[in-house]
Design a protein around this ligand. Sequence first.
Ligand SMILES: *[C@@H]1O[C@H](CO)[C@@H](O)[C@H](O)[C@H]1NC(C)=O
Length: 223
Amino acid sequence: MPASSLFSLAPKGPPGNMGVPVREPALSVALWLSWGAALGAVACAMALLTQQTELQSLRREVSRLQRTGGPSQKGEGYPWQSLPEQQHSVLHLVPINATSKDDSDVTEVMWQPALRRGRGLQAQGYGVRIRDAGVYLLYSQVLFQDVTFTMGQVVSREGQGKQETLFRCIRSMPSHPDRAYNSCYSAGVFHLHQGDILSVIIPRARAKLNLSPHGTFLGFVKL
Ligand SMILES: *[C@@H]1O[C@H](CO)[C@@H](O)[C@H](O)[C@H]1NC(C)=O
């Protein structure tokens, strides 16, 4: 690059006027521009500062919400909102698939978590393992599309060397395939122990289920 073009941006005095400081219009414009730039930078810095402050107060609000689990409404609001999160493990499960063992007259559903809070519960194959002992609300729904005269599910607990039924749900089914749709919902409150495996069992081989997450689901709420 030739030197002349390299320095061409520098202000030049008119020829024959060397040494006399003469302000050319281009120079004044440049000065004004740099003033403008400086003012702009100051304005930007102030805006940034304001945003920083707002961000900090937002952060404080979020961390307070995370601690309390809800908006701070002293005196009003719901008392459960202020309970620590760990007290209320939640697990809502939806089906992955269902299978029947050839040698037994049952169909079992494999579950995956759709919503989880806390680590007190763990989906595990065809069951859910309880990690934190305690009192739980359990709910179960299965949507059947089956012409067998009755359909239903059993929620069972396996642990401490025995298996027991916690609750069951039963529906009579219409005999015509076009009308044989029925969902079965049931719920209850139970004391569950650490290591218990909970599962939903349909006491029919090759039961015809609708495995959409709206039709068939299972849930736990620690109370
Ligand atoms: C159910 O899904 C699991 C996980 O994707 C898979 O390992 C298993 O083979 C499936 N079972 C059936 C009967 O399709």
